[in-house]
Design a protein around this ligand. Structure first.
Ligand SMILES: [Zn+2]
Length: 216
C-alpha cells in the first residue's frame, strides 16, 4: 500500500502529464487522519518528492518533514474548508485546465447541455463569484458553489473537483474538462438546446443504479 504522500505525488504528476495542469499551477490534497496532505507551494510536480508534501490538520497546524519546511499550496484554505465540512470528500483537485478556465471567464453556470453534467452531482456546474486566489473569500464562494455538487468553476481562474477517492476525483476532473471543451465548441455555433429538469431527473435516477456513481 502506497503512503498518502506517494499517492499525492502520483496524483499531481498525473494531473500534469494528462495536461489538466501545467508548471506549478493547480494543486491537490488527500484526507489523512484529522487533516490532509496537500501539495507544496511554488514547486513544479516534476521537482517534488514525497517529503515535499505538507500535512495540515483542521486547526490549521502545518507539518513539513523538509528543512527548511515547505509551505502548503497558496490555495490551502479551500482544501482545508472542503475537507473539514464535506465528509463525502477525501480528495480535492484544483486545476487551471484550458476549457474549464475558458468557461470560467464568463462567470456563468454550465447548464445541462449534456446528460453527463450529472457526474458533478446536479443539473449544472456552478461558477463562483470572482475572488482573489488564496483568500478566505474564494474558499467561502467555492463551498457555496460546491453545495451538493462535486465540481465547480472558479471565476476567471479554473475549477475544483472533489471525490470520495482518487479514482473518483480524477474521473470527474477529466469528464468536467471534456464537458467544458464540448460546451466551448457548442457556443461557437449558437445556443445549444438544454436538457429539461425532467430529462435530467431521469438521468440522475439511471446514474443511481450504477455501482461506480453515488450522489454526494
Ligand atoms: Zn488556482
Amino acid at each position: 500500500m502506497k503512503t498518502i504522500q506517494q499517492q499525492l505525488l502520483d496524483l499531481t504528476l498525473h494531473l500534469q502529464a494528462s495536461g489538466l495542469n501545467e508548471g506549478s499551477s493547480g494543486n491537490c490534497s488527500i484526507r489523512d487522519r484529522d487533516g490532509f496532505y496537500i501539495t507544496p507551494s511554488g514547486l513544479n510536480p516534476k521537482a517534488m518528492s514525497i517529503d515535499d508534501m505538507v500535512f495540515m490538520d483542521f486547526k490549521g497546524t502545518i507539518q513539513s518533514s523538509q528543512k527548511p519546511p515547505r509551505e502548503p499550496s497558496s490555495e490551502w484554505r479551500f482544501h482545508h474548508d472542503i475537507l473539514k465540512t464535506r465528509k463525502d470528500a477525501n480528495v480535492v483537485i484544483h486545476t487551471h485546465s484550458t476549457f474549464a478556465t475558458t468557461l470560467s471567464l464568463f462567470r456563468k453556470d454550465i447548464p445541462a447541455f449534456h446528460y453527463m453534467i450529472a457526474i458533478a452531482g446536479g443539473n449544472s456546474i456552478r461558477c463562483t463569484k470572482y475572488e482573489l486566489f488564496g483568500t478566505q473569500a474564494l474558499s467561502d464562494e467555492a463551498l457555496i458553489a460546491l453545495n451538493e455538487r462535486k465540481a465547480c468553476l472558479l471565476a476567471n481562474h479554473g475549477m475544483i473537483v472533489i471525490g470520495r477517492d482518487i479514482e473518483d476525483a480524477l474521473n470527474i476532473s477529466h469528464e468536467v474538462e471534456r464537458l467544458c471543451e464540448q460546451y466551448t465548441y457548442a457556443l461557437q455555433m449558437g445556443s445549444p438546446t438544454i436538457l429539461t429538469d425532467k430529462e435530467m431527473g431521469e438521468v440522475t435516477e439511471r446514474f443511481k443504479s450504477y455501482g461506480n456513481w453515488k450522489k454526494p
